[in-house]
Design a binder for this molecule. Sequence first.
Ligand code: 5GP
Length: 169
Amino acid sequence: MKIEELISEAEIKERVKDCGKRISKMYEGKPLLLIGTLKGSFMFLADLSREITVPARIDFITAKSYRDGKNRSELEIKIDDSISFSDYDVIIVEDIVDTGHTLNAVTKLIREKNPRSLYVIALVNKPSGREIEYTPDECLFEVGDEFVVGYGLDMDEFGRNLPFIGAVH
Ligand code: 5GP
């Protein structure tokens, strides 16, 4: 796998720090629940949550689009039904928005559970890949139509550990 660095570790750190600061102000005194989508958002959520000064609950959902390399097929979402979303101001923390199908489905599912409020943050936005209209409330970075790995993102399960985001060639 040949990887060309697109977004450096330092750039990621800076943006994540900024984001954490803003979230801390927005959610002061509120019951905050951060929901990460596995596996891709594990690193982003771990870093972002440490930049948030408000004590928050953390949970994960599994949103798996079965894919063969770069091609996606069916979407399966697993969510813990014991979480009482209506007690929380919820932030969905996602790794990347490409076609928009995953976040659209996840957002819909959580909205149906009537959270006090709902906000969606994506680490990476790939607007050229959109198949449906979907815009997260916040995206930290934007990339072109390349397939990216690193900082939680994988290519056939490899590369999630890299501290930067790079394009696969
Ligand atoms: P969407 O449903 O918006 O097409 O894609 C969402 C999911 O597809 C992401 O959570 C991620 O798992 C995967 N995905 C889409 N584009 C990329 C990419 O460039 N790199 C990686 N590693 N995963 C991607």
